[in-house]
Design a protein around this ligand. Structure first.
Ligand code: ADP
Ligand code: MG
Length: 619
């Protein structure tokens, strides 16, 4: 389905857009660095340190921003980088003195700093790969604690590995780098890498899993792998940043890379905004300027004729206050969740919007059907789903209705593997979905929406759909075309650049369906797509679903409480109550069925000749 040519080259447009915002950040950094540089020797030192901090914090952000996990472990990578680069670059004569017991294979290399960096990056990569397997399994606070564990372990190793590090004594003789241009170029390269990674397939997968791990899994994303890849890239980058830091210090000890350093870098990241590269850069600049201003006042000073007293620990107090103030006023950090730059998303999306109609034509689904056979699920003795069987063929809408708590959502959850079925099967051809992993369900071209909206909050509408198309194994250009097609099909083109959390309710409901359709399903499971919509919105949704049915031959299993909506679209309707199927037939047959009326209205209240009101009011 790549056939249709697009005027634009979408993947290139995306990257060009990312690089443009990265260039803005680079200019900001360069401007501040040059300004600070103007303040003589201390200014030069501050500017150089600031650039290295940008490299370090941007590295940290590659993991934290793309996974939502705050890491205290990156000090370990920085330490490895500093010591390794120090050993590789140290003058041989000095090394014999400082590290007499260094193993021969490491000794007397006398590399230049630039030549040492590839080995440093490789070491960081290897360590990240070894440690990442465990850390990527965890999320939230437990993941953060495990990174702290990593820092403590590496600190202890550095203190005890005397032949390599001189233990807790000062490690000296490291060639000094004080060249602002060198560290500035390094910082800009780090910004570009981080910015490109954020837009990449795995960057998007990571951010999707950060916002909703279960929904990401349902789309076929592997959250652990996304975290591992972010960790490895981030670790390798942090190791290089650590090497640069070591060359600036010239002499250091394990304590230089311990909690103090880690804490200040995490603060920079959070103050600026953890979710974006721009946040890291702004955070470093803001905290650097704040700290150096306050440091000037620490020893007492005269400001505007007022003599300030000497305050010990003023910088630490200022840092603490800065965090409190920012978290209070802007919980997402100074920059917030978006990328900086003149209209980081808008102009690009404007261009995209004019291309909306040229997106690839949808594939039509081959004839198949989803067959549920005796599906059952117990929750602590409650039979939520009790031996339910039905068929949902392509080219048709199969309605699934029943009172609240009947087991409809549970049924969908069994088929898309959020729950394990106690008994029964759900087949597509020969394949039993209940035997698959969640991402295997997507490979069978079965996609779903959720009753309670489960979009990726921090991603734009465009990214929400794109990530689903990418997860269904489409290439970047094709995924982009599919995304435009689905956004157009659900009238979301104008708000494509808005983050999902800021969308109005109706748009969010439609976006969920667009996201599921971007996976090119043969069978689409819609769990209450019209819930909460007003009648006009519901009619509009029905029109759109009808158009999709006409064009694509997909099969829809449609759950909803709005019976008018269900009856309008459905060819057949299945009714369940208290976990059991109680009726099945055309909408008219079902509406007249005595058991259905009883299930909805209750015994005795409806007369014998009553049928359910066609629009389902009063249920
Ligand atoms: P419906 O979607 O038809 O309103 P559900 O499938 O959500 O109904 O729920 C069916 C029954 O299963 C309800 O009694 C509900 O409380 C129960 N149930 C659903 N999910 C769980 C769960 N994760 N744990 C325990 N009980 C559950
Ligand atoms: Mg439900």
């Amino acid at each position: 389905m790549t056939g249709q040519p697009l005027d634009t080259h979408p993947a290139r447009l995306r990257i060009a857009n990312a690089l443009r915002t990265a260039a803005c950040l680079a200019f900001l950094l360069i401007a501040v660095a040059v300004l600070v540089f103007g303040f003589g020797r201390t200014g030069e030192r501050i500017a150089v340190l600031m650039c290295v901090n940008v490299a370090a914090v941007v590295s940290l952000m590659v993991f934290c921003g793309n996974t939502g996990i705050v890491s205290f472990g990156h000090g370990a990578f920085m330490m490895v980088g500093a010591y390794l680069s120090g050993i590789l670059t140290m003058p041989a004569g000095l090394q014999r003195n400082a590290l007499p017991d260094l193993p021969g294979w490491l000794a007397e290399h006398e590399l230049s700093v630039l030549n040492a960096l590839p080995f440093v990056a490789l070491a960081g990569f290897a360590i990240a790969l070894l440690t990442g397997g465990a850390i990527a399994r965890l999320v939230g606070a437990s993941a953060t604690i495990s990174t702290l564990g990593l820092l403590i372990i590496f600190h202890s190793i550095a203190v005890s590995a005397r032949e390599f590090t001189r233990g807790s004594q000062t490690f000296y003789g490291v060639p000094r780098v004080t060249d602002l241009i060198f560290v500035l170029i390094a910082a800009v390269i780090f910004i570009l890498i981080a910015r490109a990674y954020r837009e990449s397939r795995w960057g998007l997968f990571g951010r999707a899993a950060r916002d909703d791990e279960d929904a990401a899994t349902v789309l076929g994303i592997a959250p652990r792998r996304a975290r591992l890849i972010a960790w490895v890239l981030s670790g390798a980058m942090a190791t290089v940043a650590g090497a640069l830091y070591g060359h600036i210090l010239g002499a250091f000890s394990p304590a230089s890379f311990y909690l103090g350093l880690v804490f200040s870098q995490v603060v920079m990241m959070i103050v600026g905004g953890m979710a974006s590269v721009g946040g890291s850069v702004v955070g470093v600049i803001a905290v650097t300027l704040l700290l150096n201003t306050v440091r000037g006042l620490e020893g007492g000073a005269t400001v505007l004729g007022i003599t300030l007293p000497e305050v010990f620990g003023l910088t630490t107090i200022a840092l603490g206050l800065a965090i409190l103030l920012v978290i209070w006023l802007r919980p997402q950090g100074i920059v917030g969740g978006f990328e900086l730059g003149p209209g980081a998303d808008a102009p690009w999306l404007n261009r995209v919007r004019s291309k909306m109609t040229q997106a690839a034509a949808p594939a039509t689904a081959g004839d198949t059907k989803l067959v549920a056979e005796g599906l059952s699920k117990n929750f602590a003795g409650v039979k939520a789903v009790d031996a339910v069987s039905f068929e949902a063929p392509t080219g048709q809408v199969t309605g699934l209705i029943g009172p609240n708590g009947a087991g409809k959502s549970t049924l969908v959850n069994l088929m898309t593997r959020q729950y394990d079925a106690d008994q029964g099967a759900a087949r597509i051809g020969e394949v039993d979905l209940t035997k698959l992993r969640p991402h295997g369900v997507i490979r069978q071209r079965v996609a779903r929406s959720f009753q309670n909206i489960r979009l990726f909050r921090g991603l734009t509408a465009y990214e929400n759909v794109l990530v689903a198309a990418l997860a269904a194994r489409h290439g970047h250009a094709e995924a982009h075309a599919i995304t435009l097609r689905e956004l157009a099909a659900f009238d979301l083109g104008d708000i494509a650049g808005m983050r999902a959390e800021n969308l109005p309710y109706g748009a969010r409901k439609r976006l969920e369906i667009a996201r599921a359709l971007a996976q090119d399903p043969s069978i689409l499971l819609l769990d209450e797509p019209a819930a909460g919509m007003n009648p006009a919105e519901t009619d509009d949704l029905a029109d759109r679903l009808e158009a999709i049915l006409r064009d694509r031959n997909i099969g829809i299993l449609l759950i909803d409480h709005d019976l008018k909506f269900v009856n309008r679209l459905s060819d057949r309707v299945v009714v369940i109550s208290r976990g059991q199927k109680i009726a099945e037939g055309t909408p008219e047959e079902v509406r007249a069925d005595a058991r259905v009326i009883e299930a909805y209205i209750g015994r005795g209240r409806g007369g014998r000749n009553r049928t359910l009101h066609p629009d389902g009011r009063g249920l």
